[in-house]
Design a protein around this ligand. Structure first.
Ligand SMILES: [Zn+2]
Length: 175
């Protein structure tokens, strides 16, 4: 967990690496997601964008959350960028920004353009799982100890499962 104060010295919002705790969004309604539309990084293909669409649909399959893709970062609550700066052991990271009440104000997701060299599925499925796992964090979900959860810290599955959707429902119905 990393926190920092603003440069003014006043804590306007704080940043935390997603994983250990669950968070609720400050705003209600549709969560707007911007996705970096192309990248010169080795391994990046337009297929990456298709996998983001697939992950968004998977999280929305429960009707507990509405996600809309937007064209500009400034319009977005969640911004997804492709990177080559992450180790193969940790191919995705999500930074969450919280207001003083602890509610999420925005999130930045970074996904390795190269799929992690894991044997849990084909490179395509591993990349998909990385994207969907990090989007789960951006929605506010923490890690899940269940081996059936994509939100497991080292997921064995490559799909958003019923376990994940149940946790999302509980989170979204929390007051
Ligand atoms: Zn995680």
């Amino acid at each position: 967990m990393v926190t920092h104060d603003g440069s003014t010295g006043k804590t306007v919002e704080s940043a935390v690496t997603a994983g250990s705790l669950s968070y609720r969004w400050a705003r209600h309604g549709t969560i707007r997601v911007y996705v970096q539309q192309s990248s010169p990084l080795p391994g990046w293909t337009p297929r990456h964008l298709t996998l983001v669409d697939e992950a968004v649909k998977a999280w929305m399959s429960s009707d507990d959350v509405r996600i809309e893709l937007v064209s500009w970062p400034i319009d977005a609550d969640v911004r997804l960028y492709w990177t080559d700066r992450l180790p193969a052991s940790n191919p995705g990271v999500t930074m969450l920004y919280r207001n003083p009440a602890g509610r999420l104000t925005h999130a930045d997701v970074f996904i390795a353009a190269q799929p992690a060299p894991w044997n849990t599925g084909t490179p395509d499925r591993v990349l998909y799982a990385t994207i969907a796992h990090e989007l789960g964090h951006a929605l506010g979900l923490p890690h899940d100890p269940s081996p059936d959860a994509l939100m497991h810290p080292s997921p064995l599955v490559t799909a958003v499962t019923a376990v994940d959707l149940t946790k999302l429902r509980v989170l979204m119905q929390r007051p």
